[in-house]
Design a protein around this ligand. Sequence first.
Ligand SMILES: N[C@@H](CCC(=O)N[C@@H](CS)C(=O)NCC(=O)O)C(=O)O
Length: 219
Amino acid sequence: MHIFQLPMSLYSVKLRLALRLKGLSIELRDPPGGSYRSDAYREINPAGTIPALIDGDLMLTETDSIIEYLEDRGEGEALFPADIRQRARMRMLSRWVDLRLEAAIRSLFGQVAPAGRRPEVVTSADSRIGASLSLIEGAMDQTGPFILGVKPGMADCGLAACLLWLDAITPPLALTARPGPRMIRTLAAMAEDPRLMTELEAYRPLVAAWVQRTAASGT
Ligand SMILES: N[C@@H](CCC(=O)N[C@@H](CS)C(=O)NCC(=O)O)C(=O)O
């Protein structure tokens, strides 16, 4: 079994966080040709996104599908609660993180370089980020510290990756959206989890360097 992924990719770090939490060591490979845009990678994964998991003749994309496959194999630490209603909520929250929060954050990647920046795009995304953070915050476990209670799960992996990116792009774009008290509590709990911190502290400088380089560029 192996995973095609790239060090800088947000969804790749989400999967790497899940692997760390599960305690699974699966070989990580760059896509052939070094890019998800290569023809060789398209032949393996017609969707062209990373990450992708290869297990024999099984090719899986979509980070949550990969995490759920590993979960269903029953290996490593569980990233879902036992109760089926809570499991469903874990999926719902993970989709909110991906489809709302991550999408709004991603829409700002092209705005980090000052030259092409459009203030109305930044303002609109900032407001969508704020709305997504509030939506997720309102559905989080009241006592936490993680999204659905005392253990970090699939949705926490996506949230950690998104909040790291949000933190990095906030200064150059002067964003106003901020995590609320439950998410701040989650960040504090993540900072005390060596499995998460090992991955996040390796990732943070990559993102910071990209933001610094891009914000200083003329394009
Ligand atoms: N819904 C996908 C999104 C994955 C995704 O967008 N990955 C980015 C890199 S972080 C990518 O492959 N972008 C290339 C593209 O969309 O063509 C997932 O959950 O895995």
